[in-house]
Design a protein. Structure first.
Length: 217
């Protein structure tokens, strides 16, 4: 499988965000992963629309926006206007998921749904044919630098089997604790889009780290 890497700038040095984006692009990352936390859906606050808007022109890579917020519907327009290329929201929100997908697709960008580690993967099956990606959280959302939760591997395999069974080309993105040791495991289980934050941004040689994430053995 062709493994793509999305660099989570949550672990970047925010004092030099423009340079960090360039480092990710020069190192061969395929996307920039932009984590939005509202202090309500998750117990942390990160950054939002104005930050995305101001860094958008600093990278040619697509922006993969991960909304860890209670009411995504309200903010789709603002994030799209700011330059989001993909928007992923959580299955665990209240409200009509198809309405959120409709809104994202109406803006001409692609949609994803994310599941927390304890959420059954079957919950995304009704939406699969409308999604560019399913984001399987491999840690509890809210913070970078946590340890990978192994039981999420079974969800990735089950989801890959369902995607194949239905003849779809939906991507499986994984997020949390992805590094040198865990990348081959998630890739073998069927993930093809690997988010990585601390492993990439804390490394001395980011190109080598990106290559390490792409190896499947
Ligand atoms: C966590 C975020 C992740 C986070 C991953 O809630 O969704 O994108 O930045 O960080 P690492 O790769 O350090 O686990
Ligand atoms: Zn994320």
């Amino acid at each position: 499988m062709n493994i793509k890497v999305s660099a989570s700038i949550l672990s970047a040095d925010f004092a030099f965000l423009g340079d960090e984006l360039k480092r990710a692009e020069d190192s061969g990352c395929d996307m920039i992963h932009f984590d939005v936390m509202d202090g309500h859906f998750v117990p942390n606050i990160s950054y939002g629309v104005p930050v995305l808007k101001s860094i958008r022109s600093r990278s040619r890579l697509p922006f993969d926006v991960h909304l860890m917020i209670t009411d995504p519907l309200k903010y789709i327009d603002a994030f799209t206007d700011a330059g989001a290329d993909h928007i992923t929201f959580h299955e665990e929100i209240c409200g009509d998921k198809n309405e959120v997908i409709d809104k994202i697709l109406s803006r001409g960008i692609t949609a994803g749904i994310s599941v927390k580690p304890d959420t059954p993967i079957e919950r995304v099956y009704p939406y699969l044919d409308r999604l560019f990606m399913v984001l399987v959280m491999t840690v509890e959302p809210g913070f970078g630098g946590q340890g990978f939760i192994p039981k999420t591997l079974d969800k990735i395999s089950a989801l890959r089997a369902e995607i194949i069974r239905r003849g779809l080309d939906t991507h499986i993105e994984v997020d949390g604790g992805i590094g040198f040791n865990t990348a081959p495991k998630v890739a073998r289980a069927g993930a093809d889009l690997l988010v990585s934050g601390s492993f990439l941004f804390k490394s001395e040689d980011m190109s080598a780290s990106v290559n390490a994430l792409r190896r499947e053995e």
